[in-house]
Design a protein around this ligand. Structure first.
Ligand SMILES: Nc1ncnc2c1ncn2[C@@H]1O[C@H](COP(=O)(O)OP(=O)(O)O)[C@@H](O)[C@H]1O
Ligand SMILES: [Mg+2]
Length: 697
């Protein structure tokens, strides 16, 4: 099909043409060079002018015997430009005709796109998109192809949506399009093996039990938070005298009980938590060889399982599978992780028990034939180390600016044009980067089997919520037993509440280079919060200067940072004229922001920025709550940014974080507030109106 004629200046590697046919960005076109070769090109850009439409083309080359060559003479103006035929595209791009069939090249007559299974197995893959745009659907398509090619896979399935691979697709509106993609309905009941935990056990599923002999390091790794040093020493001293390398949870609990330290109780409670998962057993457990078999896909259904238990499962499974693969006890296979941002979160977005092992597999899995497939709707939230190891990246629509940014930062070859394209991809169209040299737009084929993801219409509302799910929680370390043991008076009531803090991830330029830190702002008072000697400490009065005019702010901050100063010093340092400074000082004094001390001025704001930066809260956050109620902030998120503007670092991302406290209502009617991380009493909260605002008292 003729689509136009070459106009203007031409080169050997690019040309423009006046469009007369129907053509879209990223489409492939063909034209002849002066030596009469058929040359393949790709539309980079299309511009509409008053009287004509112009397209810019990048030249990809022509086929000469078996090699791809670039023209050596510039194209002749007026040459005809055609839509490229499938054969030319296939030959110049070097597209494979076998492998995993995922769909048709967008804009082609029917050119099937195959991914190379070897590449997936050794170089990892990421599927990235907003939710509802077809990630799980595409993963389902790939799993069908794995089965057809007898490639084993283990799938971490937090929403329980992959089981339906067992049944043939019955949706009429999808079956209708099957001939276009050359597929037929088919279920994979024999090949799909479903595993569930005790808690979500369903019919036709096997019980996921893992080998319950654990090293003490494994036990430490699996605890839902980092233990304090005293708690750690309880574990170490308990295992020190023993000859054993591996323990059952009961065995290690017996050792810990013998320990004399009062910290042992919190250790015992986490050991009990591990045991309560019912995940570990000394017999009848599932081995890596059960999970990874030729022609079989194992689905690990984690629907309805608490997030920390999910991470424990992923940690232990990934570790055992990786070790088994290293020792060649199982064949090469692919490990697929849905919602991967929950299992390997980026720094500053919480911590996961499974982070480290997934990072190891991302960097070393290729050597041992363990492929990783990560799926996430928040590319910005997934560990960059993991994402950057995925050499094949498949994008469906991504719109969140942070997500786009993190993708362009960690993936090579994402041009501005491609970036724009990714923002507008329709459902079911994927942009595949890294499979071959050129990014490919693929219309993902219809699944042979049933898909159980949320229907497209329903996901719309859900999508918006998700973009907003910027809430994180600090994990309490000082647990109920600890509180009870430390209480000096009789307890009437005990409650865990979460206090709101805004967390701002900020970039700072330091002599050692750029540094990213979390700065916290109190969600009630707007003061900056930091951690000094194990207690949260707040600035005081900082909110007063928010609405000051620039020079007023400068004077207030100068005095806050440098202590006392005379009129002359302020005027000299800040280069403010005397008459103007007199006005400013009068206004600041009137508002109570500064006052006079002898002949000098001082600030009434208490905020030592150096101290804040040196004593930041370093505790990590997780994406879920342990227990108790979270109290919504009084201040809007914007206020936090305004406060931060005062010392001017770039806030990369803002999130709401909740900090846990125990409220102790004592028998004499008084209230105590105890920091649920450090176990220290908190006098600030006790006297703040936060406590009064709680209805429970
Ligand atoms: N290639 C496709 N062909 C047809 N429908 C699709 C395709 N991809 C996605 N869909 C539709 O979009 C819905 C959401 O896709 P899904 O993969 O579940 O989204 P998510 O990205 O959240 O995992 C599916 O239920 C299906 O109806
Ligand atoms: Mg999904």
């Amino acid at each position: 099909m003729l689509v136009g004629r070459i106009v203007g200046k031409t080169a050997t590697e690019s040309f423009n043409f006046e469009v007369t046919g129907i053509i879209r960005k990223m489409d492939f076109v063909a034209t002849r060079d002066p030596e009469r070769h058929w040359v393949l090109g790709r539309i980079d850009d299309i511009i509409q002018q008053e009287d004509q439409t112009l397209a810019t083309v990048s030249v990809l080359g022509y086929v000469d015997k078996d090699a791809i060559k670039m023209p050596r003479m510039p194209f002749k103006p007026n040459s005809f430009v055609y839509k490229a035929d499938d054969g030319l595209i296939k030959r110049v791009l070097g597209l494979k005709a076998t492998g995993l069939y995922i769909g048709l090249l967008d804009g082609s007559e029917g050119l099937k796109i195959y991914l190379d299974p070897k590449q997936l197995m050794t170089k990892h893959m990421a599927i990235l998109a907003k939710s509802g745009f077809g990630k799980s659907y595409l993963a389902g398509v790939i799993l069908e192809e794995f089965i057809e090619k007898e490639i084993p896979a283990v799938v971490i399935d937090p929403h329980g949506e992959y089981l339906t691979l067992r049944y043939p697709n019955k949706k009429q509106e999808e079956i209708k399009y099957m001939p276009v993609f050359d597929v037929k309905p088919k279920g994979y009941s024999k090949e799909i093996e479903l595993y569930c935990l005790d808690k979500n056990l369903t019919e036709g599923a096997r019980r996921l039990k893992l080998r319950g002999k654990l090293t003490h390091q494994e036990i430490l790794d699996m605890l839902p938070f980092r233990l304090t040093s005293t708690q750690l020493s309880v574990i170490y001293t308990s295992v020190m005298d023993s000859e054993k390398q591996e323990y059952t949870l009961d065995e290690i609990k017996r050792e810990v009980i013998k320990n004399k330290s009062p910290s042992k109780w919190s250790v015992i409670s986490v050991l009990d938590l591990l045991k309560s998962t019912g995940l570990f057993d000394t017999f009848g457990y599932i081995t890596p060889a059960d999970l990874v078999k030729k022609g079989k896909i194992s689905i690990i259904n984690l629907k309805g399982i608490e997030p920390d238990i999910q991470q424990i499962v992923v940690y232990k499974l990934a570790k055992d599978l990786f070790n088994a693969r290293k020792m060649n006890k199982i064949p090469p296979f692919v490990f697929i992780v849905e919602e991967a941002h929950n299992f390997a979160p980026e720094r500053g977005f919480g911590e996961a028990i499974s982070s480290r092992i997934l990072r190891t597999i991302a960097s070393e899995g290729r050597k041992f034939g363990m492929g990783l497939g990560v799926i996430t709707q928040r590319p910005a939230r997934i560990d960059k180390n993991v994402l950057s190891q995925c050499s094949t990246q498949v994008f469906l629509r991504v719109t969140n600016p942070n997500d786009i940014k993190s993708v362009t930062e960690s993936v090579e070859g994402i041009t501005k044009g491609l970036e724009a394209q990714i923002k507008t991809l329709p459902i079911g169209t994927a942009c595949v980067v890294g499979a071959i040299e050129q990014p490919l737009l693929v219309n993902v084929r219809i699944k042979r089997s049933e898909h159980s993801g949320a229907p497209a219409s329903l996901t719309e509302k859900f999508k918006e919520q998700e973009e907003d799910a910027d809430t994180l929680y600090f994990y309490p370390k000082f647990l109920e037993e600890d509180v009870k043991k430390h209480a000096t008076k009789d307890l009437e009531k005990l409650k865990l509440v979460y206090y709101p803090l805004y967390c701002l991830r900020c970039k700072f330029n330091t002599p050692e280079g750029e540094k990213i830190d979390n700065i916290y702002v109190d969600g009630f008072s707007g003061e900056l919060v930091y951690s000094k000697n194990d207690t949260l400490t707040r600035t005081s009065g900082i909110t007063k200067i928010l609405d000051l005019e620039m020079k007023e702010k400068a004077v207030a901050l100068f005095l806050t940072t440098y202590g006392m100063a005379s009129f002359d010093t302020i005027s000299k340092k800040l280069k403010i004229k005397d008459t103007q400074l007199m006005d400013i000082i009068a206004r600041l004094k009137k508002q109570g922001i500064i006052s006079m001390d002898g002949m000098e001025f001082k600030s009434n704001i208490n905020a030592n920025f150096e101290e804040i930066l040196e004593n930041q809260i370093t505790e990590t956050t997780v994406a879920y709550k342990y227990a108790g109620d979270a109290i919504s902030p009084k201040l809007k998120k914007e206020i936090a940014t305004k406060i931060l503007d005062i010392f001017n670092p770039d806030a990369v991302e803002k999130k709401l974080c909740y900090y846990p406290y125990w409220l102790l209502i004592l028998s004499d009617g008084t209230v105590e507030v105890v920091d649920a991380i450090t176990g220290e009493k908190d006098e600030y909260l006790k006297s703040s109106n936060f406590i009064e605002s709680l209805k429970i008292l």
